[in-house]
Design a protein around this ligand. Structure first.
Ligand code: G6P
Ligand code: ZN
Length: 542
């Protein structure tokens, strides 16, 4: 019933910021998926007889990998697997299922916001029993194992039926196909005042939720339209497609431009939002105003107590280092802890588990809380709606009042995508070498106060993560940050983050790129990004 298959290692199965991500044809190489999953299982201890959750964002190859994973789980000794119907679980929903059913862990199949299809991206990520991505200790063990693996275990059995809810058996292991949405929807009902949101919608407040043909379609339909009474048509692009309709399921101003344009038009809805391939990212746009992820984190944190799930207040706020300091000012006012972590949601896990942080956020369109251990796109949408329902003000008014109270952090990110890896690395090396000489220097009229290579000392497990991004701080709280993306699948992506703090409400109406123009010039001078990459402008500006 179980087979042991001999295999040889691949040398490139190193999990990145968020699991192993490669093009589909690479995953389709014989034994590639099996080697990686076996390397995960071989790096874990004590799962015999326990439960494994399996689900993904529905992209191309999802269904095939679900079948492989189920058969390998059986052969490796798991007692039960829970699989989202059709192989579908959004990333936050998977995190919730792991927690709710006290599973040992889960395999989340997704390449997040990267395109899908036969020649596009796929990914496999392992999440631990708290529902969050495996910490580096585990991902490093997986990589080490993948380099020496010589066999994998798999059940010699027919495929399971992944489309019918209910219980089955596979080679002596229980297989349960579960509704992909209901557990998640129930959790949302415990956190938010659905009656208040329903009343807001009933009073004529209009919204649009764009699932970008990805996994949040069924979640949005059920929660926004069925449970909250938003009219049919509120959810758009809600049928998950294996190739996301040929689009890039990344909710930013480039790939969700239609939504942005609609919200900027006088007859658009009051509120617009979108989520990414696997449902953990969010884009929030009010009528006439785009809310940056960094601002959204700060505004949600400042108002979270208006939602039932957070009425006792927040324990602390955490943000990734490149995320703007807007939330820091909220933490200061609320007199709660503020934690600055490296990029990657996994770094929030310890803070959430230890009860040190309640809300977390990243500039990369991720916001979430201690309700699960992943960021959560629809959660952010619902928290915004709950706040709007209670405050009875527009997004525009809430943002303006927030800036008036706390000041505004102008913020932008410039991405240079698919840059030659050698050029990108030597740029970083050259800048790193210059760091000790920078403090006190003046560039483009701006004085540098501090320059370093960010290292994180986890206050909970005391682990240290070095080289997490270069920061150059200027007088007055402005800064530039530069790091290499950990999620790209071709070449290197350089991310340049630029931020300036403005206290004066008379200067809260500037166009972002011009408000940051001197810093953008300083960044170019310091990093030589244009000459070294051979690009005259960034590929994407958000
Ligand atoms: C994934 C992770 C996020 C992280 C992002 C960074 O989406 O889930 O937590 O912020 O990657 O991506 P980057 O490409 O900047 O490494
Ligand atoms: Zn994602």
């Amino acid at each position: 019933m179980f087979k042991t298959i001999a295999t040889t290692p691949f040398d490139d199965q190193k999990p990145g910021t968020s699991g192993l991500r490669k093009k589909v044809p690479e995953f389709q190489q014989p034994n590639y998926v099996e080697n990686f999953i076996q390397s995960v299982f071989d790096s874990l201890d004590g799962f015999k007889g326990k439960t494994l959750v399996i689900g993904g964002d529905g992209r191309y190859y999802n269904r095939d990998v679900v079948q492989i994973a189920v058969k390998m789980a059986a052969a490796n000794g798991f007692g039960r697997v829970l699989v989202g119907q059709g192989g579908i679980l959004s990333t936050p929903a998977a995190s919730n299922v792991i927690r709710k059913y006290k599973a040992f862990g889960g395999l989340v199949l997704s390449a997040s916001h990267n395109p899908g299809g036969p020649t596009e991206d796929f990914g496999i990520k392992y999440n631990i029993s708290n529902g969050g991505p495996a910490p580096e200790k585990i991902t490093e063990a997986v990589f080490a194992r993948s380099k020496v693996i010589d066999r994998y275990l798999i059940a010699d059995a027919a495929d399971i039926d992944i489309d019918t809810i209910g219980k089955q058996q596979l080679a002596g292991m229980d297989v349960e196909i579960i509704d992909s949405v209901s557990d998640y929807a129930e959790l949302m009902e415990t956190l938010f005042d659905f009656d208040a949101i329903r009343a807001l919608i009933k009073s004529g407040f209009t919204l649009r939720f764009d699932s970008m043909h990805a996994v949040t379609g069924p979640y949005g339909k059920e929660i926004l339209e069925h449970r909250l009474g938003a009219p049919d048509g509120t959810c758009v692009n809600f049928v998950p497609l294996e190739d996301f309709g040929g689009h890039h399921p990344d909710p930013n101003l480039v790939y969700a431009k239609d939504l942005y344009d609609l919200l900027m038009s006088p007859d658009g809805p009051d509120f617009g939002a979108a989520s990414d391939g696997d449902g953990d990212r969010n884009l929030i746009i009010g009528k006439g105003i785009y809310v940056t992820p960094s601002d959204s984190l700060a505004m949600l944190a400042a108002n979270a107590h208006l939602a039932p799930g957070y009425k006792a207040g927040l324990k602390g706020i955490a943000r990734s280092m490149p995320t703007s300091g807007a939330a820091d000012r909220v933490a200061e006012k609320l007199k709660i802890g503020m934690y600055e972590t490296p990029t990657g949601w996994k770094f929030f896990g310890n803070l959430l588990d230890a009860g040190m942080a309640t809300i977390c956020g990243e500039e990369s369109s991720g916001t979430g809380s201690n309700h699960v251990r992943e960021k959560d796109g629809l959660w952010a949408v619902l928290l915004w709606l709950n706040i709007l329902a209670v405050r009875k003000e527009s997004v525009q008014q809430i943002a303006r009042e927030h800036w008036a109270d706390y000041g505004r952090n102008y913020y932008t990110r410039h991405d240079y995508e698919e840059v030659d890896s050698g050029a990108a690395n030597s740029l970083i090396d050259a800048l790193r070498a210059k760091l000790p000489t920078l403090a006190g220097k003046t560039v483009q009229g701006l004085t540098i106060t501090k320059a370093d290579d960010f290292a994180y000392h986890d206050p909970v497990d005391k682990s240290v993560s070095e080289h997490q991004g270069i920061r150059i701080l200027f007088n007055g709280g402005s800064r530039i940050v530069l790091r290499l993306s950990g999620t790209g699948t071709s070449g290197a992506t350089l991310r340049l983050y630029i931020e300036r703090y403005e206290a004066d409400p008379k200067r809260h109406d500037l166009e972002t790129q011009s408000a940051l123009a001197d810093l953008i010039r300083a960044a170019d001078e310091l990093t030589e990004i244009k000459t070294r990459t051979g690009r005259d402008k960034p590929s994407v500006i958000t």
